[in-house]
Design a protein around this ligand. Structure first.
Ligand SMILES: [Fe+2]
Length: 323
């Protein structure tokens, strides 16, 4: 399936429209009831639009948990979250509900704000792909909104293929061969004395060595595979060199022209390619105190492969296919 045909295919399906919403990323798809029976042609059109536009949006949907999982299954294998069972509704290990995110700090004996501050090792820390420190990060995420604040709480995505293409040729050549360690909990500044979050991180270590430029398994595009959340260090160069280079690349990755921002409504669904994008969890709603309840289903993904054809390598706590 090629990326070029995405919009065209959808245009040939009566009643369905793929409307791009920004220059490099994001399209709204109208005329599809995700809770209904979807023809193979509709599924193919959605898949093409995701590959072409990296994130697609649907509004006024009426998916429940079962419908959400059934929709996801048309596109891949939903990940069953054995370890995160507490965040899943009973009977739906593939669904993760994110309403309780704001209480995470409390689990480690801290106010949420302190926990956030201790984790903020860079101003771009919130930018991430889902589970990027795993050896096989999810291929895609399908997120649906149940309850949203009246204002605040938008999500922003960035197109990492466009960000790579926007680098100058000599820099592209330089980064093509590099490898980067991605690690859960990178940059956390521990509390004096006993810190239960440090203990948690030591008990749940996850790290992988990923190519800095990965080749997309479906589109063949080169992806500037950086984020502000898991990226630890470029392999085989000094810490100082690595920090400067990663800062520059991350700034490139999230330049406004590569991004799209989405305003959620109840029933909105966003479906993104987690291999070709990073996204920014909202940081402007916690202080408002409005409820925000989202449900997420992720599709299993491949082990990334670099420009040289070599796959990522596990460092600790991660095994392909094992969640
Ligand atoms: Fe996320």
């Amino acid at each position: 399936m090629t990326t070029d045909t995405g919009t065209a295919e959808a245009e040939h399906i009566p009643g369905i429209e793929v409307k791009p919403v920004a220059g490099h990323i994001g399209a709204e798809i109208t005329g599809v009831d995700l809770a209904g029976e979807l023809d193979d042609a509709v599924v193919a059109a959605i898949r093409s639009a995701v590959l072409r536009w990296k994130v697609v949006f649907f509004r006024e949907q009426r998916l429940d948990h079962a419908g959400h999982v059934a929709f996801a299954r048309r596109f891949g294998e939903p990940v069953a979250l054995r370890k995160r069972g507490g965040a899943s509704p009973p009977g739906f290990p593939e669904v993760e509900t994110t309403a309780d995110r704001l209480e995470l700090g409390g689990r480690f004996g801290m106010e949420h704000d302190e926990w956030l501050q201790r984790r903020r090792h860079t101003l771009l820390r919130g930018w991430h792909c889902d589970h990027g420190a795993r050896i096989d990060p999810p291929a895609a995420t399908i997120l649906r909104a149940e309850t949203v604040p009246p204002y605040g709480g938008d999500t922003t995505w960035s197109n990492l293929a466009a960000a790579y293409a926007g680098l100058s040729a000599p820099v592209r050549e330089f980064v093509d061969g590099l490898r980067v360690e991605h690690r859960l909990g990178v940059g956390y500044r521990s509390r004096p004395g006993d810190d239960s979050y440090v203990r948690h991180l030591l008990d749940h270590q996850v790290a992988s060595l990923h190519p800095l430029v990965r080749v997309h398994p479906e589109t063949g595009e080169r992806i500037l595979y950086v984020n502000g959340y898991y990226v630890e260090q470029i392999a085989d160069i000094s810490r100082a060199e690595s920090t400067a280079i990663l800062d520059m690349l991350l700034e490139q990755a999230v330049r406004p022209e590569y991004t799209v921002r989405f305003r959620w409504e109840p029933g909105s669904v966003a479906f993104w390619d987690n291999r070709a994008t990073i996204h920014l969890a909202p940081g402007d709603n916690a202080h408002l105190g409005f409820p925000r309840t989202m449900h997420r289903v992720m599709l299993a993904g491949d082990v990334p492969v670099g420009v040289d054809g070599k796959p990522s390598e596990p460092v600790v706590g991660t095994e392909a296919g094992r969640w």
